[in-house]
Unconditional design. Structure first.
Length: 254
């Protein structure tokens, strides 16, 4: 009798997991050099210019996510920020660095370097050189960015306004129980995220501050670009790398 109950429970768990996988539709991954790239086209074509190709990986070696998405106030969602040429020329958004001193400036001969409509013939070769010197990862663009940070292979700035800024030390590791009994818990390391982000980028808009009070925090919503999916679908390592968050899993589900 006990064996029958155990088998029924196991079968139910496997069936539920299979059904869940059917609902868990992950986006197709582009080639490594294109992973994390964003085509900025909120206003470009309206102004009769080609959209901007923004590469996260080329900027991540120099700056943490906090610099752009907190200090420079770029929204976390593509094309949600109203970037204008005037604003950039006045030191906002891209213009905070692309001023002709820190990085190439907004001059006529440089227009094509950003406004290329997604066609950058140098992209693949530049990425190949970068990836060669950094720790490898199995998914996304194939680079383990946090390991590169910890090994000091890259030294991205945490602030462009305050050279003395240091992230708050907060090492709390959260254990997050999975929806399905066959899936082991996930672990959220604050310390890793603190290296790259500001607390305000997650709290309170994406996650409530108080533990276990965020409503609808489920995998299906992650895969819709909410919660963890804000970053871990197209920029940070993708969710098909299950074991990065669920370390007790023997194999990735996807």
């Amino acid at each position: 009798m006990k064996l029958t109950i155990l088998l029924i429970g196991l079968l139910a768990g496997l069936t539920g997991l299979a059904l869940a996988q059917g609902d868990w539709q992950l986006p197709e991954e582009p080639p490594p050099e294109q992973y994390g790239n964003v085509l900025i086209n909120r206003l470009s074509e309206l102004k009769m210019v080609k959209p901007v190709l923004f590469s996260h990986w080329s900027h991540r070696t120099k700056y943490t996510c906090r610099v752009c998405h907190f200090e420079l106030e770029f929204e976390m969602k593509a094309n949600a920020t109203e970037i204008t040429e005037d604003a950039c020329r006045n030191g906002q958004f891209c213009g905070a660095c692309h001023d002709g001193k820190t990085a190439f400036g907004h001059t006529k001969e440089n227009c094509h370097r950003c406004h290329n409509g997604g066609n950058d013939p140098t992209l693949k070769e530049r990425f190949k050189k970068l990836r060669k010197r950094l720790p490898k990862a199995p998914y996304g663009n194939g680079i383990d960015w946090d390991r590169a940070y910890r090994r000091r292979r890259i030294r991205p700035k945490k602030s462009i306004y305050d050279e003395t800024y240091r992230p708050m030390r907060f090492r709390k590791l959260l254990r997050l129980e999975a929806e399905w009994s066959m899936v082991p818990p996930a672990y959220f390391p604050h310390s890793v995220h603190n290296r790259w982000l500001d607390c305000a980028q997650c709290h309170p808009d994406i996650f409530n501050i108080k533990k276990k009070t965020t409503k609808h925090f489920e995998m299906k919503y992650n895969l819709q670009g909410k919660f963890c999916g804000v970053c871990h679908l197209k920029v940070a390592f993708p969710m098909r790398d299950c074991k990065r968050c669920h370390p007790a899993m023997k194999n990735n589900l996807f």
